[in-house]
Design a protein around this ligand. Structure first.
Ligand code: BGC
Length: 475
């Protein structure tokens, strides 16, 4: 099957619309970083709590969106089964919009606008959780949508655009926060500036919402929702006529016996493999590096400005190396990228841990960290999402992908919570001088690589229905 797109004018705008979901995923997870000290001064300090209660309340407020992410990932499968992929994304866009405006003015409806105080903290948390549900939904639905609409020869590349969008969102919000913070002094930032940081997200959320109104649902989702004619018409916009009919028959056949099969219909192994893949992507430690980069650099004795610059270089490398995946994932294949990337990540993480162990600081630390991020960006970052969106058969994709994405967000929360604890644990510091945590991430990268090599099938160039047949023949 050649699978060449008949109409790039259709696939390009559709893909660009859907990856705004990925952009918002990155934007929303990172926007909070610029607001932490203001949230402390606005919501926490006036309560005059003892230091440890104050710290945990701040920690909860900052990480509350992650709770919503796990919930959103889990609900994504169920929701899109009911209303379709496109409409599921619409719900995510609405949640992003409400969350952006609500988090910036949590007192709305209860106190005079702009005059709210620390008493609106519970409302702020509620809006952040709503945004988190939006992220969870988008993180599951955007790659699933693209995988279902993309011709197999381009699927890896098109799904990887979503990762590019996530990384762009993380990178851009960093500059937006910086620009907003530069508009006033610390006092202004603590009372007004932080509100603008959250409110700024309303712009991409509104664009997302509007663009979504112009795209159709995916052919597979339309058949699942008993809309065969609409499905055929979407396929005809992507493929030459004969091929469109052939693909329609293939999808229809895969869905014909039972539209929504139980989760383990293709055996437990497939579901466990998918969920583990999602968990391992987090346990290689990428978000410990991304979320704590400025702190890590500061702890190595760098001045604030130097730390800032190095954090920007981490973001830039993450962005640039994603291109390698985009241009190679459909030719070199998913497995080789994951395996070589995993070996690289393990090597540089072990190197990074050894620097800390041996108290080496300076450019070698920066080199190991950037090299690790580069390896992640060209492999486990995008390709995990490519694999997750294509390894599950049509009839269980909603449930299984929802479960894997929820597990990924829980693992994310675990890693972000445990990193500072492990990194500052007295005995570990006495024995390994801050090297231990990085060695663990290095070991997980190595185990993850073995896991890919042994359990993940190569999906390059296969239609989703062909991947599905792989599981029925090997189970
Ligand atoms: C991961 C995120 C991570 C992002 C950054 C994604 O593939 O799922 O947890 O923050 O990449 O590059």
């Amino acid at each position: 099957m050649k699978n060449q797109p008949k109409n790039a004018y259709f696939l390009t705008p559709v893909t660009f619309t859907v990856v705004i979901g990925g952009f918002l995923f990155g934007y929303d997870t990172a926007v909070i970083s610029g607001t932490i000290s203001s949230l402390q001064s606005f919501f926490i300090s006036p309560r005059q709590l003892d230091p440890s209660t104050a710290d945990s309340l701040l920690g909860f407020a900052v990480s509350s969106a992650l709770l919503g992410c796990a919930l959103g990932g889990f609900l994504g499968g169920w929701l899109s089964g009911k209303i379709g992929r496109r409409n599921g994304l619409l719900v995510a866009a609405i949640l992003f919009l409400i969350s952006a405006l609500g988090s910036s003015m949590p007192e709305f409806g209860f106190q005079t606008l702009g005059q709210g105080d620390h008493q609106s903290l519970h409302l702020f948390i509620m809006y952040r959780v709503m945004g988190g549900v939006g992220i969870g939904l988008a993180s599951m639905l955007s790659p699933a949508y693209i995988a279902e609409i993309a011709p197999s020869a381009q699927r890896g590349k098109l799904v990887s655009y979503n990762q590019m969008a996530i990384v762009t969102g993380i990178f851009i919000v960093y500059f937006i926060n910086y620009f907003i913070a530069a508009q006033g002094d610390q006092e202004w930032l603590n009372s007004v500036g932080w509100r603008w940081m959250f409110a700024s997200e309303a712009i991409p959320a509104f664009i997302f919402l509007t663009c979504l109104l112009f795209i159709p649902d995916t052919p597979r989702s339309l058949i699942l929702r008993q809309k065969p004619e609409e499905s055929k018409s979407v396929l005809h916009r992507i493929y030459p006529d004969v091929e469109a009919i052939q693909i329609y028959d293939d999808i229809n056949h895969s869905l014909s016996q039972n539209q929504h099969k139980p989760l383990f219909s293709y055996g437990k192994k497939l579901v466990i493999v998918g969920v583990l893949l999602a968990i391992v992507q987090q346990c290689v430690g990428i978000n410990a590096v991304l979320y704590y980069a400025p702190e890590i650099f500061k702890s190595m004795g760098d001045q604030s400005d130097g730390a800032l610059l190095q954090t920007i270089s981490v973001g830039a490398i993450n962005f640039l190396f994603t291109f390698i995946a985009i241009y190679t994932v459909d030719s070199w294949g998913r497995k080789s990228l994951m395996i070589w990337g995993g070996i690289g990540m393990a090597t540089f993480m072990i190197g990074l841990g050894s620097c800390f162990y041996l108290s080496i600081s300076g450019s070698l630390v920066l080199f190991f960290m950037l090299a690790y991020v580069a390896c992640f960006a060209m492999s486990w970052g995008p390709v995990t999402w490519v694999l997750l969106s294509e390894i599950f058969p049509n009839t269980i994709r909603n449930k299984a992908l929802g479960l894997a994405v929820a597990a990924m967000w829980i693992a994310n929360q675990f890693i972000s919570w445990s990193f500072p604890l492990l990194n500052n644990q007295e005995t570990l510091v006495a024995l390994f001088n801050h090297g231990f945590t990085y060695w663990i991430y290095g070991a997980v990268s190595l185990l993850g690589t073995l896991f890919i090599w042994k359990y993940i099938p190569e999906t390059k160039g296969k239609s989703l229905e062909m991947v599905e047949r792989y599981w029925t023949t090997t189970e």
